[in-house]
Design a protein around this ligand. Structure first.
Ligand code: NDP
Length: 281
């Protein structure tokens, strides 16, 4: 059986149409949603991500600003920039592009962002809200992944969900979101024993490992929903954490790489920025 594709490009296009409509409605009330992205240094991959975020904003009619800081920027100067954006009424979302240069303290910088402008959802207050079930900003990649899972039309309550990877930006919030949907969640990581025994039980399998082709068809339960978060560059090509061909022969639904979760991440950033602006009127 060939799995059905969860098409991130298609979902993004229709979500962005809706976002653009809501941006127009806000503009009629005198508010243009604005996103500020801070980029410290000249990491080529980060530069591409930041450019794509700006392009996404323009596509839906949002205001966007990119603040370029030198590689050797001090912690104080970075935090002063965040404070300035916290006070700027034209800015509804602030994003600090990660990773920061090694001498900077990421956690301290993220803590400076006003939680209501924290459109990445990385502030400890928003992370805590997600864990306790209170309303808050949800990190973009897991939010996009959950949206894709929901598009299968399956009732998620009671399903076995296995998330591989426990990072603060993907794995942990993904697990919290699936728990909120009443899935029975297993969170796996590099110390997990007999990983395939866990993955073969999964009705929903989310791979966020960072290793190309790590999950193969023999590790997947027939009929599963497989969400591939991985973005790995191999010989100049982008590959996911899932071996697409063997997985698609077993799964019922699968996300491609590229054109899957990655595409949804920026769309969810636009959604989070829009919602932050809507909360101000
Ligand atoms: P991290 O490196 O922070 O986390 C990787 C996780 O995988 C860790 O929890 C690690 O376990 C676990 N892991 C590593 N090796 C194994 C193994 N052999 N078996 C089981 N678990 C293992 O990565 P991120 O969460 O930041 O990113 C994961 C992937 O997703 C990357 O490819 C990244 O590029 C991609 N990504 C994609 C995004 C998108 O928009 N699509 C956004 C963000 C990330 P441990 O904790 O024990 O070390």
């Amino acid at each position: 059986m060939a799995a059905r594709i969860l098409d991130g490009k298609q979902f993004s296009a229709s979500l962005r149409e809706d976002i653009a409509r809501r941006v127009s409605a806000l503009k009629e009330k005198g508010v243009t949603p604005g996103l500020a992205v801070i980029l410290a240094g000249t990491d080529p991959a980060s530069e591409i991500y930041v450019r794509n975020k700006g392009n996404g904003c323009r596509e839906v009619g949002m205001h966007s600003e990119t603040i370029l800081l030198p590689e050797d920027v001090s912690q104080d100067a970075l935090e002063a920039e965040i404070e300035r954006l916290n006070q700027d009424r034209r800015i509804h979302g602030i994003l600090v592009q990660l990773p920061l240069p090694k001498h900077l303290n990421e956690e301290a910088a993220l803590a400076k962002i006003l939680p209501e402008k924290d459109v990445d959802g990385f502030h400890l207050l928003n992370a805590g809200r997600l864990m306790t079930g209170a309303p808050g900003v949800i990190p973009c990649t897991p939010r996009g992944a959950l949206y894709m899972i929901q598009q299968t039309g399956r009732s998620l309550s009671g399903l076995e969900a296995v998330v591989i990877g426990r990072s603060n930006i993907v794995g942990k919030p993904m697990a919290a979101l699936l728990l909120r949907e009443n899935c029975t969640v297993t969170l796996c990581h590099s110390r997990t024993r007999n990983l395939a025994e866990h993955t073969r039980r999964a009705d929903i399998l989310v791979a966020a490992v960072g290793k190309a082709g790590f999950i193969t068809g023999d590790m997947i339960k027939p009929g599963a929903i497989v969400i591939d978060v991985g973005i790995n560059r191999v010989d100049g090509k982008v590959r996911g954490d899932v071996d697409f061909e063997s997985a698609a022969a077993v799964a019922d639904w699968i996300t491609p790489v590229p054109g899957g979760v990655g595409k949804m991440t920026i769309t969810m950033l636009l959604q989070n920025t829009l919602e932050a602006a809507e909360r101000t009127v």
